[in-house]
Design a binder for this molecule. Structure first.
Ligand code: PLP
Length: 394
């Protein structure tokens, strides 16, 4: 009667959502102060004051019909220009406003890009650990997702990628800073990947696109350098979002930027516009497009996340946990003290700790700890982390 795949997706909650719901039930039973919810990636830092000022300015403008009306499908021209100017200034790339397409966050940017690229028989490739929705988004295009197995240090597993990318690979998705590992791929890794994709594109006689999923681009620590992929590889499509950098995940605003140097860039952009149309996006939220005019150059406020990162990493390491030190985003991966991270996550629940098992990210044997939470909650959670660890000593 209805589509079984869609039914499956809608009726089976993701592991992350399951944990979040469990946390709510536990809080109702035991009290909210007994639950340490590290499950979700919802920013805990408020949106910058400039966003509020800009919203008020916009809604007080006389022409509310225009403000709340449709924009052109690809987004307002002056908003696209503001984004292109930002990219030019920040990364030295001659971004073209006519190759920018405003989207409903990074999720839609990915869905539209994959749909725009996918032809019969194509596959897409990504590196573990990876954002689990990639499987859903690629499946929705009818393509398969091939996952490059994770290296224990969460660096790019290039030797495995070389074997996995084949003549049917249309694109490789990368996500740096990474959810769930917090890793930032180095310039050396990026150069090697680009060389590999260049060689494979020549070998197979068609471009293999690099799809850069970068909602955490500005959330980095210790001044680490995040290479801007258009500077390294011509066939690049950037999927960006203001969900994390400006703490606006519920407002659903982001964009696709097609590299001006991409093969047949103009026609690729038309395919992007066509995919947005076919998927029924119509246009990105117009009020928040207008906000970008004022806020496109704002830096992300990473101070609180950095403080959380330092506390969590040093405390968990001191307790005895084996952690991957995050360089960006707001996630920390911890090695499970037992082989099965699902069993570890279950045991953690008994201590009020909600930790996401890594299997869902292609990282078996690890859990993800989201530290976009209050500093106070981390402090209060530490005795539970210690008590949990102690159960493995017995
Ligand atoms: N990509 C990654 C790696 C993410 O972690 C997320 C959200 O958590 C998204 C994409 C989707 O972001 P958005 O809220 O902009 O759709």
């Amino acid at each position: 009667m209805f589509n079984t795949e869609m039914h499956k997706l809608g009726s089976n909650r993701s592991v992350i959502r399951e944990l979040f719901e469990f946390g709510k039930q536990l809080a109702a039973k035991e009290g909210a102060d007994k639950v340490y919810d590290f499950s979700l990636g919802n920013p805990s830092v408020p949106a910058p004051a400039e966003v509020k000022t800009s919203i008020i300015k916009q809604i007080e403008l006389p022409n509310s019909t225009a403000l709340h009306g449709y924009s052109s499908a690809q987004g307002d021209p002056d908003v696209r220009k503001a984004i292109a100017d930002h990219i030019r200034t920040a990364f030295g790339v001659a971004a073209d406003p006519n190759l920018i397409y405003l989207t409903v966050g990074a999720a839609a940017a990915l869905c539209v890009s994959l749909r725009a690229l996918k032809e019969e028989g194509d596959n897409f490739v990504c590196f573990a650990p990876f954002f689990p929705e990639y499987s859903v988004f690629t499946a929705a295009t009818g393509a398969t997702l091939r996952v490059v197995p994770m290296q224990q240090d969460c660096k790019m597993n290039l030797s495995a990628a070389e074997k996995i990318i084949d003549e049917n690979t249309k694109g490789v998705i990368i996500n740096s800073p990474n959810n769930p590992s917090g890793a930032v791929y180095s310039e050396e890794e990026i150069k090697k990947l680009c060389a590999l994709l260049g060689a494979k594109s020549s070998q197979y006689g068609h471009p293999i696109f690099l799809i850069s999923d970068e909602p955490y681009r500005e959330i980095v620590y210790d001044g680490i350098f995040v290479p801007y992929l258009m500077n390294y590889y011509d066939d690049t499509i950037v999927c960006y979002s203001y969900s994390k950098s400006l703490s606006l995940p519920g407002e659903r605003i982001g964009y696709i930027a097609v590299s001006p140097k991409a093969t047949d860039a103009q026609n690729l952009y038309y395919a992007v516009c066509g995919a947005g149309r076919a998927l029924g996006y119509v246009c990105a939220p117009h009020l928040f497009q207008r906000i970008l005019i004022d806020c496109v150059d704002l830096p992300a406020d990473v101070e609180a996340y950095d403080k959380n990162r330092k506390l969590l990493y040093s405390s968990l390491t001191e307790i005895g946990y084996d952690c991957i030190k995050p360089q960006g985003a707001f996630y920390l991966m911890v090695k499970s003290p037992e082989e099965d991270a699902n069993a570890f996550s279950e045991r953690a629940k008994q201590f009020g700790l909600l930790l996401v098992p890594g299997d869902t990210f292609g990282a078996p044997g690890f859990v993800r700890v989201s530290y976009c939470v209050s500093y106070d909650m981390i402090v209060r959670s530490l005795p539970s982390f210690r008590a949990l660890f102690d159960t493995y000593k017995k």
